[in-house]
Design a protein around this ligand. Structure first.
Ligand SMILES: [Fe+2]
Ligand SMILES: [Fe+2]
Length: 358
């Protein structure tokens, strides 16, 4: 693919390689009285260096005409070419957060040609020609020092890995079907929903709002899809959220089956079967959990609510022997698994002390 001019003086440079993880590289040109300043955003890995040179040559004459490089974070798909470009133009400045610099300088970048985002007043730079470039931190999306760059002139937000997506098609611009690739990428690479919420809020607060979100992977988002995808991203469970949810469900599954096994040993499988079948007595509605051979195989609702419902049914329909055992056995097993008892068991009522304890 040839370079694409997204807006006047803003170019998408990188190639499409039929990879699931396509890398986007952007070039911003700022004409001014005495010439033109050229910036590259996230110049990518060495394997894209020749592709980058070929793409940049017809627009600015070559990579030695790059005067500045903006870096979102330190990853190997994002930053290494900055060192080669700085060799071609030793005056080329690198701009990134302090946290990112601490890692990217190992690529061989010159400290004397680094400017920290934090050193700009009000997180903004006035570019040659007078346009503003706004720095928008997106901590933990996915690196703590990740920095988005908002070109106010073109109203394009360069968002790094945030809003990056797996490429199931080679399309440069996103459509509704792009969400699946974006969702999967974020679930794999973003650490937590809270980090996404913070970054999405910052994008929503940009004034004027961006007309394009240009990520470092996948397709560029524009038009009405920006709001749609921001809303979805705000509520997306990713990384640790998914890990914790999965572990929580497994812990509840283990606990409820341990409870059932102990009740079966202490009382009888008949009593269990009665309690369990009571759960399914109303055939018109689905049960809160699935069973096989008097053991729970999955939850259809929030695990604490499902376990509570099952124990209630065992107490009520499992016969007198089970009724007296359910709370005791459940208490022991829930506590051993660090599961909050109060969500599942009825509060104990306590009894008045007899006279001789007074
Ligand atoms: Fe990354
Ligand atoms: Fe990336």
């Amino acid at each position: 693919m040839k370079p694409v001019e997204l807006r006047e003086n803003v170019w998408w440079l990188a190639n499409r390689s039929e990879s699931l993880l396509e890398v986007n590289i952007y070039l911003l040109c700022y004409p001014h009285d005495k010439g033109q300043a050229n910036l590259i955003i996230d110049p990518g890995p060495p394997e894209l260096l020749t592709c980058l040179q070929k793409a940049a040559a017809p627009i600015i004459g070559g990579l030695d005409k790059v005067h500045g490089i903006l870096i979102n974070h330190q990853d190997p798909d994002v930053a290494p070419n900055s060192a080669y470009i700085q060799k071609l133009n030793p005056q080329c400045m690198v701009v990134a957060s302090e946290d990112t610099w601490r890692l990217i300088h190992f690529f061989g970048l010159k400290a004397s040609r680094f400017k920290a985002v934090e050193s700009y007043r009000h997180h903004r730079a006035i570019m040659p020609g007078g346009c503003r470039l706004i720095f928008v931190p997106s901590p933990f999306c996915h690196f703590r020092g990740a920095m988005m760059y908002y070109d106010e002139r073109s109203r394009i937000l360069f968002s790094g890995d945030l809003f990056g997506g797996l490429s199931y098609t080679a399309d440069l611009y996103a459509d509704e079907s792009s969400w699946e690739g974006i969702k999967t990428f974020h679930q794999l690479y973003m650490p937590s929903r809270d980090a996404l919420k913070l970054a999405v809020s910052r994008i929503r607060n940009l004034d004027p709002p961006p007309e394009m979100i240009a990520p470092q992977h996948g397709s560029i988002i524009r038009g009405g899809l920006i709001k749609t995808f921001l809303d979805r991203m705000y509520n997306l469970d990713v990384g640790l959220d998914l890990l914790i949810a999965g572990e929580k469900e497994e812990n509840y599954l283990g606990a409820v089956n341990e409870i059932l096994a102990e009740l079966e040993r202490e009382e009888s499988s008949d009593a269990l079967a009665k309690g369990i079948s009571a759960l399914n007595r109303d055939k018109s509605f689905t049960s809160v959990m699935t069973f096989a051979n008097c053991r729970v195989t999955g939850f259809k609702v929030d695990p604490p609510a499902a376990v509570k419902t099952l124990l209630d049914h065992l107490r009520t329909y499992g016969g007198i022997g089970l009724e007296s055992l359910v709370n005791l056995v459940a208490l022991k097993i829930l506590i051993s698994r660090n599961i909050p008892v109060s969500d599942i068991l009825p509060p104990s009522e306590g009894q008045e002390l007899p006279d001789y304890f007074e």
